[in-house]
Design a protein around this ligand. Structure first.
Ligand SMILES: [Zn+2]
Length: 116
């Protein structure tokens, strides 16, 4: 990763690449990317059980790429009992973890389908 000169209009921030990974929580990146590219980096998606198609979460996804984890504070609506299992068929679809000191649910690949 190279240095990232960032301009939000009021402040200019220069971060060496490896420090930016270690010291910057992901939501800061998310906020910055919202400021810099309005409307392009977050979207609300729906997460379904891959087995039975039951709706599990409405989730505010930031950044490109496939869904790897769900930050709990970005879950817009939780249709589960909060036990990381499908309320319908009981399949476990995620594991609790911490990412950048924020509680998150790490998605078990293949257990969910995502529609945005
Ligand atoms: Zn299910």
């Amino acid at each position: 990763m190279q240095s990232l000169p960032m301009s939000t209009g009021r402040v200019e921030i220069q971060i060496p690449g490896h420090f930016s990974q270690l010291l910057w929580p992901e939501h800061t990146y998310g906020l910055l990317s919202i400021v810099m590219t309005p409307g392009r980096r977050t979207r609300t998606i729906r997460i379904y059980c891959a087995d039975c198609g039951c709706l599990l979460y409405k989730y505010q996804k930031g950044g490109p790429g496939r869904l790897v984890k769900c930050f709990k504070d970005r879950i817009v609506k939780d249709f589960t009992a909060g036990d990381l299992r499908c309320p319908d068929c009981g399949q476990e679809f995620a594991r609790e973890t911490m990412v950048y000191r924020r509680p998150a649910n790490k998605i078990i690949q293949g257990k969910v389908t995502v529609r945005g």
